[in-house]
Design a protein around this ligand. Sequence first.
Ligand SMILES: NC(=O)c1ccc[n+]([C@@H]2O[C@H](COP(=O)([O-])OP(=O)(O)OC[C@H]3O[C@@H](n4cnc5c(N)ncnc54)[C@H](O)[C@@H]3O)[C@@H](O)[C@H]2O)c1
Ligand SMILES: [Zn+2]
Ligand SMILES: [Zn+2]
Length: 363
Amino acid sequence: MNIKAALMTDPGAPFSIEDVELDGPMDDEVLVRLVATGVCHTDLVGKAVWPPEGRPMVFGHEGAGIVEAVGPKVSSVKEGDRVLLSFRSCRQCTQCASGHVGYCEQFAALNASGVRPDGSTVLHRNGTAIFGNWFGQSSFASHAVAYEDNVVVVDEDVDLTVGAPFGCGIQTGAGAVLNTLRPAEDSSIAVFGAGAVGLSAILAAKSLGVRTIVAIDPVENRRQMATEFGATDTVDPSSEDSVEAVREATGGGAETALDATAIPAVIHQAVDALATRGVLAVVGVGEPEVSINITELINRGKSIRGVIEGDATPQTFIPQLLQMHARGEFPVDRMMRQYPFEQIEAAVADAHSGATIKPVLVF
Ligand SMILES: NC(=O)c1ccc[n+]([C@@H]2O[C@H](COP(=O)([O-])OP(=O)(O)OC[C@H]3O[C@@H](n4cnc5c(N)ncnc54)[C@H](O)[C@@H]3O)[C@@H](O)[C@H]2O)c1
Ligand SMILES: [Zn+2]
Ligand SMILES: [Zn+2]
């Protein structure tokens, strides 16, 4: 079928909305008409580093919409279902079998190869292949092909324009706290970077009743949102020493911390700001190498844990977060701003400048 998609043709060029052909749904595929899709920082990182093979690519991995058709082997999703789209996992490898689907051995192949597992592409233009299948969706488009493992069916009362970012950014921040760090009530957490991921982590920490929640971010409106979301202290790293400020706010060091900046110097600060036996969760995707003082880790029993997608199973964790949202305990909609799909470039510019915390494209 013919659809509209925001093509990335060159990392430096703007997205361009064009007519393309969408293939499928094949046996195990779910065709979704998008109602909304969030813009995640990982889309922008992907756009900047995607291998330039002269073939355009369609990003977008926080889709929400209505199922239009399903392939003959699909049983858990049907036409007309309202769905949120998340990341793919094989559900067969050791990690999937142990319930940690974010660490699926097929994660890269299923989410970031640009093609189906059989090597074919879902998208074409004038008969020429275009990369897609980003997180099993490529939702910067009017329609997407998804899979049972990355589709979350939601109730009638869920606003899809609010639900879209739950599929990645929100699940990532909340899951790093609720599933991995699990700070005790009488403890502290330092969150470096109050973007959509960091702010979701702050709301999750607040829901656990964590005593001291420190938010570090140079952007004023983000620190302000962090306070509204439950941060007990905020730090402006452009005018204060983050490490000293966290030590002071927590009475010596944070028992848990999250890095959602992907900046090596900030990751270093986050380690330094930990208390003895403190744990830092890192989720920021950026510079792969960071220099850390191992002696300090050993002598003070600190640890660093990588976390992908909040170590969550989307079909169980996202409904849990949506219920918290419905009860008013997780007001993530306050950090979202909607843009018509055609204004994707404005949304991306506002994400880059920091003016908008979580842009949501609406179709
Ligand atoms: N691991 C995963 O599964 C996963 C999933 C989603 C996103 N991510 C990654 O998580 C990161 C955060 O995503 P986001 O959408 O919230 O991005 P974002 O860009 O909105 O957030 C980053 C924040 O860091 C702040 N910052 C900049 N310099 C700082 C400093 N010196 N000290 C403290 N804060 C500073 C920025 O002002 C910004 O608010 C990105 O790297 C993204 O790629 C990872
Ligand atoms: Zn797997
Ligand atoms: Zn993401």
